[in-house]
Each structure stands twice: as structure tokens, then as C-alpha cells.
Write a new protein. Sequence first.
Length: 106
Amino acid sequence: MNTAGTIDSPLTHDPKKAPMKPSTQEPVGSALEDVTTSGAIDSRQNRTREMQLIPEALARAHMRDRLREAEQERRAARLVAARRMQRRAERASLRARRALALAVMQ
């Protein structure tokens, strides 16, 4: 398994003396013509911009949820207050009817 020139046993440990052989699996220079660096830079910039906007979008969603929760709490508090005032008004009405009945009886 220790053939000369493999990863496990390189011919030399000095990168300047290492022989550079072209790969037999791909034609020479096949990747250079297809790849454009401007497209890669643009996509990287777009990705970076999108990544930077994610916290803002999360913050907006969080604030929207908090505002919705606050509005629901305000509605619930108004409903509780309205029910309390209704019970108070009903008790006052009963007291007034009793007072009127007592006044008529005498």
C-alpha cells in the first residue's frame, strides 16, 4: 500500500520539489472557462446581504407577535372591566328597585 507518491508516502516533503501532474480524470483547464468570478462574488454578496437582513426580519416578526399579544391583552382587560361594570350596574339596579318597593310599601 505504500507506493511512492501517494498521500501516505509522498515522494518528497518539500512542496517546491513535488511534481505537478495533471489529473487524468478531467481535461486540463476545464473548470477555468466555466467559472466566472463575478457571478460568484455577486451570489456571495447577495447571500451576505440576505444573511444580514435575517435578524431584522426576525425582529420585525417578534415585534409583530408582541403587538398582537398586547392587543389581545388589552381586549381581554376591556372585556373584564365591562363585565365588572355590568355586574355593578345590575346590583345598583336591584338596590334601586328594592328602595322603590320599600318606598311604595310605606
